[in-house]
Design a protein around this ligand. Structure first.
Ligand SMILES: [Zn+2]
Length: 261
């Protein structure tokens, strides 16, 4: 069984995009470590942050969001899912930009970002790494992605995930265009919540949607009911599964890609 590291630019990104996959990996006996990168933040629009003194907002929001990650981890009830906090500042604080200006900037891989991610991945002893595609163009996402890619050995099994809710608002085929533009020679794989489940019955799809909703709601300082529904319903597009984009090393690893798929 493998140790799988999941790079989550912010708290919640891994849970939104990979809640079903993480469940399946844990059930298959893998250990999963989520590396939450840019965790120091003032962004929590659905929290009480408005009533907190300006000087205390970062520590308030950072603590709220840490509890949200913890609530998600507890849904699995196992010690095999760990969350590592890199405690890096998110884009508005780190780059001194407005929250609406975080999209569409190129990656800013500083020494500090690179060394923290490198140390986390080395410490995790990961045998496979899962990282965001960077679909939204959020600078924290493309920075985490590019920093990770720059330090992984060429033969490392890698899978990219489709960030939510961004993937849900893109047109059909938009993700394929982005993946092909990056010429990473990736293939798509559909991952259900059940290690051994190959039939995607209507009941299984309904359960997957509920499971996604349950995970997303852990992060209710971040998203409202509408976005929670978008995140949950998106897996219907894949009949109750999540789509990963995997490299050849991942595909050839039989513990990661079972023979049947
Ligand atoms: Zn994010």
């Amino acid at each position: 069984m493998a140790k799988i590291a999941v790079v989550s630019p912010h708290r919640g990104d891994a849970a939104f995009a990979l809640g079903l996959s993480v469940k399946a990996w844990l059930e298959q006996g893998h250990a999963v470590e989520v590396v939450s990168c840019f965790t120091r933040s003032e962004f929590a629009p659905y929290s009480d942050v408005g009533s907190v003194h300006a000087n205390d907002r970062v520590s308030f929001v950072t603590a709220v969001r840490k509890r949200e990650d913890e609530a998600w981890r507890k849904q699995f009830g196992v010690a095999k899912l760990t969350i590592t906090d890199l405690n890096l500042k998110d884009a508005p604080i780190r780059l001194h930009c407005r929250p609406e200006d975080v999209i569409g900037r190129s990656a800013e891989v500083s020494e500090k970002v690179l060394s923290k991610i490198r140390r986390a991945l080395e410490g995790s002893r990961a045998e496979a790494v899962v990282l965001p595609l960077g679909l939204s163009g959020h600078v924290d996402h493309v920075t985490a992605r590019d920093a990770t890619l720059s330090i992984l050995p060429a033969d490392m099994p890698i899978a990219f995930y489709e960030e939510l809710p961004f993937a849900a608002s893109g047109a059909e085929g938009a993700t394929e265009t982005i993946v092909h533009a990056r010429s990473l020679a990736l293939q798509s794989e559909l991952q259900s919540a059940f290690a051994s489940e190959s039939r995607q019955t209507d009941d299984a799809i309904t359960e997957a949607v509920q499971r996604k909703r349950h995970a997303a709601w852990c992060y209710d300082s971040q998203i409202d009911e509408k976005v929670t529904t978008e995140i949950a319903e998106f897996c219907r597009r894949y009949r109750g599964r999540e789509r990963l984009w995997v490299n050849t090393a991942w595909r050839l690893d039989r513990t990661l890609t079972p023979e049947s798929s």
